[in-house]
Design a protein around this ligand. Sequence first.
Ligand code: PMP
Length: 301
Amino acid sequence: MAITAPLLWLDGAMVASSTAGAPLMGHAAQRGSLVFDVGSFNATSRGPALFRARDHVARFMRSARIVGLELAADEPTLVDAARRVVAESGSEQGLVRWSAFLDAREPDLVPRHHAAHVAVAAQTLQDPPRREPLRVAVFDDARKAAPDVLPPDTKAAAAYLGPMLARKRAIAKGADEVVLLDRDGDIAEAPIANAFAVVSGVLWTPPLGRVLPGITRDTVLAIARAEGIPVKEERLSLEVFAAADEAFLTATSLPIAAIGSVNGRPLRGAPGPLTSLLDERVTAARRGEDPAREGWLTLVR
Ligand code: PMP
């Protein structure tokens, strides 16, 4: 469960969360043009630390650029804003969310004004209860928007509507989550998580250009390479995915969730040994317990 901290950062000032809102008639709400990014902060022996905050801010700024939103704040300011909201929240672990939105009250699809508001908010997270391996559904006609329709590295609100409908469909069929296919019918990603398979000891994930460049995806790949685990960033068919030795999803909020079945077909022994090892290593990096990954932390106090 996430609880939003009482104060958030809005255009350079700390304000009450309850007073900050995107206007109903604004472009962000009516056209879904709000862009956002979500990072984590975690308890370390030196107090809470943001994980890969600069990478999240860089991706946030790239989303804004693609959608055409102009941000008045630069990267160090947005990292520092995250540090401030987390410090103000007083909590040790949770999520931090950067949002940029236009409040222009104009009905045009392409807005005339591009100066965006920027908000940064911290959300406290309780330790999630132990999660059962996910029952995943994959539908041949639930596909991610192709890169020429919507660049996959844009985290814009409107991009989540199709995936939301696909997840609703999966839930109605008794699954927990959906994995979307790409335009060619290969595995793309879940609505808010990247997908991985383990096949004969090789860690396999779909290539960039078709999926969001997940920060957890990158963390898993970096750790796996450092461990000498063979990795493959190549197109992954549904057949290979559904028959994999192990499969899992990665996202800041998870960080790794084992997949127990695909379209009702069980995967052997989820979570598998590589899934568990990577989960341990990613968690250790986030908690400041991996000296080789110190550079990914921003201490909050
Ligand atoms: N894919 C999509 C479409 C997402 O929205 C997210 C969540 N940001 C991810 C993958 C996972 O990315 P990350 O590991 O950076 O949270």
